[in-house]
Design a protein. Structure first.
Length: 302
């Protein structure tokens, strides 16, 4: 008899479910960071497989910058209501006022860096000891330095040189008081894996991921959506293009890609042919420096 072999998506799914259950077993107050983007939607689907018919052993948490795409916010609220799971939303705008932080200035005034303050305050407010996120190692090179259980110190900071070994899928969640662990169940997935899994599982997504007409401006070869958060310059020309989004961050720092992909099969074919990572092609804030993401993570970013 030939041995039964799991499909590679089954293997990735089984690993992620195992990680979810390890979180539930090792931590007292975990949370799932949920933005309405495809990766966090995939996490919610995996959590359903890990814990249904029971309730999730954690709330869904969104750190809302106030600059999000409405399609993602609408999806976020609808999914949480459909599942009957608790959704906690904390706003960066409130943190800016409470802490008298300096609001970013400029053409693309992103609040991305300020998310860290709100996240750390939220962790303190609810005493979360683990935050589950949808980061993948193929997104950006700083992500590849991180373990699946990534420990942050009592100040929320990350030291890439102090990473715990994770041999034989053994995860060590032991922490001191005040420390926190960021957990990445789909760390070993790629963008293409996520899309293949979404296709296989028939997971619904916000319309923003599929081709649609949108008013944009061109900035350094990227197509940036028109919004009230963008400070137009006299030389900017607004035009309409058929675009979609590979990743959904803030409107101030996430560019679209010109595309006619209206189905998941179309998107998979498009990704297979591309030679650029999703963040490399669409995230304006990652172009600040080669270590932009790593610097933010050291200070407590997701």
């Amino acid at each position: 008899m030939s041995a039964y072999r799991l499909d590679y998506l089954d293997q990735l799914e089984a690993e992620a479910i195992h990680i979810f259950r390890e979180v539930a077993g090792q931590f007292e107050r975990p949370a799932l960071l949920f933005s309405g983007g495809k990766d966090s939607i995939t996490l919610v689907h995996l959590a359903l497989k890990a814990f249904r018919p029971g309730k999730f052993p954690f709330p869904l948490v969104h750190i809302d910058t106030g600059h999000n795409f409405q399609e993602a916010l609408d999806y976020r609220d609808a999914l949480a209501a459909q599942l009957g799971e608790r959704l906690i939303v904390r706003n960066v705008g409130d943190t800016i006022k409470a802490k008298q932080l300096t609001e970013p200035k400029g053409k693309f005034a992103s609040r991305n860096a300020l998310q860290t303050f709100t996240l750390l305050d939220t962790i303190e407010e609810f005493k979360f000891d683990a935050c589950i996120g949808g980061a993948r190692r193929d997104e950006e090179k700083a992500r590849a330095k991180e373990r699946i259980f990534s420990v942050r110190d009592e100040f929320g900071q990350w030291d890439p040189k102090l990473q715990r070994p994770e041999l034989w899928n053994t995860y060590n969640g032991k922490i001191h008081k005040g420390e926190n662990v960021r957990v990445f169940p789909i760390s070993n997935w790629t963008e293409l894996d996520v899309w293949n899994y979404i296709r296989r599982e028939k997971i619904e997504l916000p319309s923003i991921y599929f081709a649609h007409d949108r008013e944009v401006i061109e900035h350094q070869g990227q197509l940036v959506a028109m919004s009230e958060f963008i400070q137009l310059e006299p030389t900017d020309k607004v035009f309409t293009r058929k675009v979609r989004y590979r990743t959904v961050g803030d409107m101030t720092c996430t560019a679209a890609v010109e595309s006619g992909a209206s189905t998941i099969d179309d998107i998979i074919n498009e990704i297979t042919a591309t030679k650029t990572s999703e963040r490399g092609e669409t995230r304006i804030d990652d172009r600040v420096s080669e270590a932009a993401m790593e610097d933010r993570k050291k200070n407590g970013y997701f």
